[in-house]
Write a new protein. Structure first.
Length: 316
């Protein structure tokens, strides 16, 4: 085949895939908790039009107040302590990119990307996405910020076409500070949808990594067994909590020790992940063995920082 013909074929193929690449302008984030509000914030700071959705005005107010505090830290860091007018202009611009709503179907009716960050319950997530699938345009990309549920299973209640536009988009806490996003690629995800999510992640200042739809993806698959092993040291009485944390901070350069981090992530979340993996049966038994210390703390309602007590006590 002549070189010019070949070049034309390649050009045509490229322009057809470029046509399919979804340009994301507007984003709807469902869930105004710590993760949801963090995702709203980083998208708004990066000039996306963002709608933050939750079921009550109180939840939305809470999300707005998390953003207001965090964005001040970001602005100070970006412009320096003394440049208060630049800080304020940055904050005002980002905040003006955010609208709030308690009406999810209307919010997604003209949006390019939906990111869900609600409770880690498969039935709740599936019901939500089933409803959103009817309300959103056919080319809207759906993503879940799930940390522990299979993305393929969450997507099951949507149409086959939507499933090919449905990925995991896993951010890390605190979202404005952590630079990683895991993009979870299911077996049916279209390449161009994956590419759109790569572009979106980069535009929000994050570094995306690609992973398959397997338990824990990359980070939690490594991090959760490590934190569980710290609880098992406590179970056996081999070391005290403070010493375990100091050891990993000073001996392994971790920003937080494993038990501090577990309190930060939430002990209920830790237990939910480990119990879910044990039930799924896809991970070696030794890694999903429960910890009595963790189970007792969760049983007492000591869920970590958010509840005022976990492995450690936190003054209000
Ligand atoms: N909003 C905006 N910026 C924030 C922030 C927030 N909520 N929290 C921290 N930052 C920024 C600060 O501005 C600061 O920036 P600078 O160093 O460039 O000035 C930087 O982050 C460090 O913050 P601090 O100095 O206040 O405090 P530390 O140095 O103690 O860092 C930390 C805090 C970033 C939370 C650090 O301790 C850390 O990295 N901890 C580990 C967190 C981690 O592993 N997260 C992942 C958990 S797993 C997960 O989320 C997955 C889920 O599915 C379970």
């Amino acid at each position: 085949m002549r070189a010019s013909v070949m070049a034309n074929i390649q050009k045509a193929a490229f322009s057809s895939s470029a046509r399919q690449l979804k340009h994301i302008n507007s984003v709807t984030v469902i869930g105004a908790g710590l993760m949801g509000s963090g995702i709203v914030q980083v998208a708004a700071q990066s000039n996306y039009n963002v709608t933050m959705v939750d079921t009550s005005d109180a939840a939305l107010k809470n999300g707005q107040s998390i953003i207001a505090k965090s964005i001040k830290r970001v602005a100070k860091k970006k412009f320096g302590e003394e440049n208060t007018s630049e800080q304020q202009a940055f904050i005002d611009k980002a905040m003006s990119n955010i609208t709030v709503s308690t009406d999810a179907p209307t919010a997604v009716s003209a949006t390019d990307l939906v990111v869900e960050a609600i409770v880690e319950n498969i039935d709740t997530k599936q019901a939500l996405f089933k409803a959103l699938d009817q309300a959103a345009p056919s080319d809207t990309i759906f993503a879940s910020n799930t940390s522990s549920l299979p993305v393929t299973l969450i997507a099951e209640t949507t149409s086959a076409d939507r499933q090919s536009r449905f990925a995991g988009l896993h951010f890390f806490n605190p979202v404005p500070a952590m630079k990683l996003v895991e993009i979870v690629r299911t077996d049916v995800l279209k390449d161009e949808v994956y590419e759109s999510l790569v572009t979106f992640s980069r535009n929000t200042g994050k570094t995306p990594v690609e992973c398959k739809d397997t338990p824990g993806f990359i980070v939690n698959r490594l991090l959760v067994p490590y934190m569980m092993e710290a609880f098992r040291i406590l179970d056996r009485g081999d070391a005290k909590a403070k010493d375990i944390d100091v050891a990993m901070k000073l001996g392994a350069g971790m920003p937080m020790g494993p038990l501090e981090l577990a309190d930060f992530v939430g002990l209920d979340t830790m237990k939910f992940i480990i119990d879910g993996w044990a039930k799924e049966g896809k991970i070696e038994e030794a890694l999903v063995t429960p910890s009595k210390t963790l189970d007792d703390l969760v049983g007492q309602g000591k869920l970590g920082r958010k509840s005022g007590a976990g492995v450690y006590e936190y003054s209000k």
